[in-house]
Ligand binder design. Structure first.
Ligand code: NAI
Ligand code: MG
Length: 331
């Protein structure tokens, strides 16, 4: 029996996640869902941004769909980022973000890349301290074990999509120990699986320029945590922006899908939220976690069909509803 833990979170998470759940229920009639709590509203209610019960539900179901959470802009005592907590506590060591051209909405056609980001360490281990009153230090951790685990995922997706090329992005000229270990370990694992000749590498600054200049030249791009965070947001411009960008946090036997966007307080409650990023996140659960390739393709095709038919129309305060109906009726 397939199970899904649904975590709407804050703001427009409450508006877009139910749309994605409806789509999954249409595609997987036996799907059992349960709802769990996380985020800023949850912290204010119960003093934790990710209650233990939520972690237990996710471990039990093995699959989660997460909306977005608000975060305070300044440090609040006791508050920890919900998504970082989930990634670390559940061992979601790989973050996967497809970037592709969509009809009507994308600024360019022919783009189809997959960005993989190491999701558990790098600068996001959050080890910051003041060395003196005037010097702040952040530590960046790269471990062979995490790189090996991550590289195994690169192999898996590269094989699944018959990739032409895997591009490793780093800054080993300035950070030879950390970035060097990342690059060399990934290369070793890829070579051991017969991918040696399809691997190339870029320095992160060059990669940023090329993502703007020649996005069609990328196929699978794999990088460390912070670089991946920045480059994948940059690249989602080509998909048509935040309303179109899905992601999957992926661990061993557990996955948490999540639209890239935040809680969008500026439009929450207005009906203007685009649910496509959430719908495409659900498609990532189907494709990579549940291995339901045909159902995933059907969901992607429903989004595509809707965009082609709808054209460049602004649905204003009926956006969520019209897109939801248009996509789900095509499944
Ligand atoms: P945001 O992604 O919430 O919004 C940025 C802009 O994009 C806003 O103008 C918003 O209206 C628009 N937008 C976002 N998603 C959209 C959608 N589905 N349809 C139409 N328009 C959409 O980022 P922002 O404003 O920087 O952050 C707002 C809150 O969200 C903050 O508290 C932040 O900490 C949190 N956040 C949470 C994330 C997460 O849960 N993974 C990621 C990014 C931000
Ligand atoms: Mg980000």
């Amino acid at each position: 029996m397939m199970q899904l833990c649904v975590i709407p979170g804050d703001g427009i998470g409450h508006e877009v996640i139910p749309v994605a759940v409806s789509a999954l229920q249409r595609l997987l009639p036996g799907l059992q869902t349960q709802t769990a709590d996380a985020g800023w509203e949850c912290f204010q209610r119960c003093g934790s941004s990710v209650p233990e019960a939520t972690l237990e539900q996710l471990r039990a179901t093995g699959a989660g769909l997460f909306g977005a959470v608000s975060s305070p802009a300044r440090k609040v005592a006791g508050y920890r980022s919900a998504i970082l907590t989930l990634r670390q506590q559940l061992g979601l060591h790989c973050n996967l973000r497809p970037v592709r051209s969509w009809p009507v909405i994308s600024p360019r056609s022919g783009i189809d890349m997959l960005i993989l980001r190491e999701n558990s360490e790098g600068l996001y281990v959050g080890r910051e301290h003041m060395e003196s009153e005037d010097i702040a230090i952040a530590e960046r951790q790269i471990s062979r074990a995490a790189c090996e685990q991550f590289a195994a995922r690169i192999v898996e997706v590269a094989e699944q999509r018959s990739a032409r090329r895997v591009t490793l992005v780093h800054k080993a000229n300035v950070l030879p120990l950390t970035c060097g270990l990342f690059r060399d370990t990934c290369r070793q694992v890829l070579a051991a699986h017969g991918w040696e000749t399809q691997v190339d590498e870029r320095l992160v600054d060059v990669a940023a320029l090329q993502l703007v200049e020649s996005p069609n030249s990328f196929d699978v791009l794999a990088t460390t945590n912070l670089f991946g965070d920045i480059l994948s947001d940059l690249a989602c411009y080509w998909s048509g922006g935040l309303g179109m960008a899905p992601s999957l946090n992926w661990g061993k036997g557990i996955a948490l899908a999540e639209p890239v966007h935040g809680s969008a307080p500026d439009i929450a409650g207005t009906g203007r939220a685009n649910p496509i990023a959430a719908l495409l996140s659900a498609a990532l659960l189907l494709r990579y976690h549940w291995q339901e390739l045909e159902l995933a393709a059907r969901l992607d095709a429903a989004v595509e069909g809707f965009l082609v038919e709808a054209g460049a129309v602004d649905f204003a305060d009926r956006t969520t509803e019209i897109i939801a109906d248009g996509v789900i009726s095509r499944l």
